[in-house]
Design a protein around this ligand. Structure first.
Ligand SMILES: [Zn+2]
Length: 375
């Protein structure tokens, strides 16, 4: 993972890179930030930078053997400790016993939360801990020489979960680590870390993701339109992990409903200028997001039919969403519904085959204008 893939926090990144270039990196760093802030991605990116064979001004190179191994989390000189618990035959659990799950989970989502990790381990509600056996393992790792990199880096995720005996066992090594060893502690709650550990670390504060950076990533990478992205920024409150959960659970539908209604209003009145603007916005999004919007529009059209003609129990919309769609529902009736649905499907078909989306959207809007007049 390189710095470019860590969302925002440019000043923190720059400070870390400067320290690395000036060779004044403290042996024990504490990457402190709330859930979803990117404290783990930041530590991973910095580890990669430290062992990269050609580190640049702004990032690790991404192409040297060390970077490539870091990208897969298989570099022999970068090891990890994280909370685990006993499971089946593993009665004295250490991190290494779960390394395959760890790599898979972090590579899939480096912003993962403690709860996400516990779910991935499938431990029947057991609590994860970093035990004294893990501390013994960490010390034994330090008895080995670095194999490939100039440093051996040990990333301890959630030192809050260090058992007291485990923490005590690490104190000496944190105080006087071997010269080529670096400890990156990655924590969320300052108050829950033992003071004896804290006093041995240098703080790298990774705050919540700023609203500006969150907006950019939601709009550009996740293809949320500007209104939806702005709402999501408020709901996620600097927690990128939370934003992704909301997106995965389709919690942005509400905004797609609004967008659909705004679009229909313009179609009904044949507001050419607004339709053209919406077409421009639509075409600037990814094909996936364009298809998603058309698919959602289809679902609303079906809901309208249910509202107009079917048993209320079949309607999926509820609350405010239902209220707003209900007012539009009469415009989709038995005399135009079939063609309405056909036009939306047809547009999705053309988008799928790389047609000019701006033209498809404009053309579709004019066809819908005609259909919406049918009583
Ligand atoms: Zn590199």
């Amino acid at each position: 993972m390189n710095f470019a893939t860590v969302i925002g926090h440019d000043a923190v990144k720059q400070r870390l890179m400067n320290a690395a270039r000036d060779k004044r990196v403290s042996h024990t760093l504490l990457f402190l930030g709330p859930e979803g802030s990117g404290n783990l991605p930041m530590a991973l990116a910095f580890a990669q930078y430290m062992i990269c064979e050609n580190p640049g001004e702004k990032d690790s190179c991404g192409t040297c053997p060390a970077c490539i191994k870091m990208a897969k989390m298989v570099h022999p000189d970068v090891t990890y400790s994280y909370p685990v618990a006993s499971k089946e035959k593993i009665t004295k659990p250490r991190s290494v016993d779960f390394v395959a799950q760890w790599r898979q989970a972090v590579l899939a989502n480096p912003y993962l939360s403690y709860n996400d990790w516990m779910e991935a381990l499938d431990l029947d509600n057991k609590q994860g801990l970093i035990s004294v056996d893990e501390s013994t393992d960490i010390i034994s790792r330090l008895n080995l020489k670095a194999v490939e990199a100039p440093y051996r880096i040990i990333i301890i995720w959630l030192p809050e979960k260090l058992h007291t005996s485990a923490a005590n066992k690490l104190l000496k090594i944190l105080e006087e680590p071997p010269l080529d060893a670096l400890f990156f502690l990655v924590a969320e709650n300052y108050e829950q870390i033992m003071p004896t550990i804290l006093s041995r670390t240098q703080l790298v504060k990774v705050g919540r993701v700023s609203d500006e950076d969150m907006f950019r990533i939601l709009h550009e990478k996740h293809n949320l339109d500007k209104i939806a992205a702005r709402r999501m920024v408020h709901r996620a409150d600097g927690n990128y992990n939370e934003a992704m959960v909301l997106i995965e659970n389709q919690e942005v539908d509400n905004d797609l409903n609004n967008r659909f209604l705004v679009w229909m209003r313009h179609c009904l009145k044949l507001n050419a200028k607004e339709i053209s603007e919406m077409a421009g916005e639509f075409s600037s999004e990814s094909r996936e997001s364009q298809k998603n919007f058309l698919k959602h529009s289809l679902e609303i059209a079906r809901e309208c039919l249910l509202i107009n003609y079917a048993d209320r129990s079949l309607i999926r919309l509820e609350g405010q969403d239902l209220d707003s769609i209900q007012r539009f529902a009469p415009f989709v009736n038995l005399n135009n519904a079939e063609e309405f649905i056909h036009e939306l499907n047809d547009a999705a078909f053309h988008i799928e085959r790389n047609a000019n989306s701006k033209m498809v959207f404009t053309d579709l809007s004019f066809r819908l204008y005609r259909l919406l007049q049918v009583k």
